[in-house]
Design a protein around this ligand. Structure first.
Ligand SMILES: Cc1cc2nc3c(=O)[nH]c(=O)nc-3n(C[C@H](O)[C@H](O)[C@H](O)COP(=O)(O)OP(=O)(O)OC[C@H]3O[C@@H](n4cnc5c(N)ncnc54)[C@H](O)[C@@H]3O)c2cc1C
Length: 372
């Protein structure tokens, strides 16, 4: 194999470009937008090991985290930092579930440790609010989602020359797939020994015919609401999750989960959980909600933000700075037991999508699996 064509400039496409260049392959990278604007730039940038299901999902996430760390050594512009996380309990049932999680057989590889509230405040002194205890996960990390893709591309371009290496072709929408080739909207064909299609949540475009026609669609779309504040005046040393996250992440599918109180109606209405990460510029990225049924709302709902803001303020013990940005994002999620969707859609053409809410975390390891 000598040449790979990658379609899609999100994190999956970009990590495939990295994996191919590491193997000395030439890469042509197509993206329909002038600059990617999909899930990969709309997320928290959480490299989230703590919530992963035991077994293959945890293993994929741990390999990917190592991949991020390795890449960050070459590309500091990713903003990778091993800041860890604290998942906070506010009542007895959540506290017991955190203790159960800290006793999991795989707790050590996750870097889990149960902390009472004073110990949690020592780890993260910005948590001046009300909570009963915390689960620390030392393996969680963060990157800067708005910076990662351009930083990695600049690195790949710096390692190339005019005749070989990495070429970035934005503003080209893949319109047709053929064996070992893809045609963009201008009519130009691009050929490679391998074509990797990473078109994210675009389930009706070039990937459409290959995702339709199944008895049960192999992927679905999920929409999330997010916000970012102005700079917060304290350093938030870890990422933070609230007790609602215990209801969603498979790592917490333990006996104690059945004893959790019903979610607050405002959270239940939007399947909300609080995740909070401080950006390198001091601002706070806060989310999220989950909308599963299409057609999705085209606007963002203020009551979800009111709920998330109130939760964050309760845990931080102080008012949040004003919101500076609000947005929604959509990701593609595999509907079956597999961790993501991979299929050969034509000879020499592989479609890779559907990593769901773990795509930013797992992209480096998913890309490596393509070249195994
Ligand atoms: C709000 C939100 C928060 C999230 N938080 C996290 C998190 O903190 N941690 C985590 O691990 N995961 C998170 N995720 C999930 C993660 O962001 C996604 O799984 C991941 O970004 C998917 O990457 P992708 O490259 O497949 O898709 P995308 O980022 O959507 O990229 C696909 C790209 O393909 C391009 N494209 C589409 N069709 C064509 C075509 N025909 N021709 C050329 N280009 C095309 C698009 O323009 C786009 O740039 C979050 C997702 C959302 C929405």
């Amino acid at each position: 194999m000598e040449r790979v064509v990658v379609v899609g400039g999100g994190v999956l496409g970009t990590m495939h470009a990295v994996a191919a260049r590491r193997r000395g392959l030439d890469v042509l990278h197509l993206e329909r937008e002038p600059e990617p604007r999909g899930a990969s730039v709309r997320n928290f940038g959480l490299i989230w090991v703590s919530g992963r299901a035991p077994g293959p999902e945890l293993s994929l996430a741990l390999r990917a985290r190592a991949g991020w760390e390795e890449l960050a050594a070459e590309v500091p512009g990713t903003g990778f930092r091993p800041n860890g996380s604290l998942t906070l309990a506010t009542d007895e049932a959540e506290l017991q579930l955190l203790k159960e999680a800290a006793a999991r057989p795989d707790a050590t590889v996750r870097g889990f440790e149960f902390l009472d509230a004073p110990d949690a405040r020592e780890v993260n002194p910005a948590l001046r609010g009300e909570f009963a205890g915390a689960l620390r996960c030392r393996r969680d990390a963060a990157v800067e989602p708005r910076r990662v893709l351009p930083a990695v591309r600049a690195h790949l371009l710096a390692g190339s020359d005019r005749s070989a290496g990495y070429s970035w072709l934005p503003g080209r929408e893949a319109a047709e797939i053929a064996p070992h080739a893809v045609r963009d909207h201008t009519g130009e064909w691009h050929r490679g020994d391998l074509v990797v299609v990473c078109t994210g949540a675009s389930h009706t475009g070039v990937a459409g015919p290959h995702l339709a026609g199944y008895h049960r669609p192999p992927v679905r779309r999920v929409r999330l609401q997010m916000m970012q504040t102005r700079a917060f005046d304290s350093r938030v040393t870890t990422s933070v999750a609230d007790g609602d996250s215990l209801r969603y992440y498979p790592a917490f599918d333990l006996p104690g989960r059945a004893r959790l109180a019903p979610q607050e109606p405002a959270a239940a209405a939007t399947a909300a959980q609080l995740l909070l990460v401080q950006r390198l510029d001091g601002s706070l990225t806060i989310g999220d909600t989950h909308e599963y049924d299409e057609p999705f709302a085209f606007d963002v709902h203020e009551n979800a933000y009111d709920h998330l803001r109130a939760k964050a303020e309760k845990l931080l013990g102080t008012p949040l700075p004003p919101a500076e940005r609000r947005w929604a994002g959509v990701y593609s999620q595999a509907t079956g037991p597999e961790l993501y969707h991979r299929s050969e859609v034509a000879p020499g053409v592989i479609l890779v999508t559907g990593p769901g809410g773990r795509g930013m975390t797992c992209a480096p390891a998913i890309a490596e699996e393509t070249f195994l």
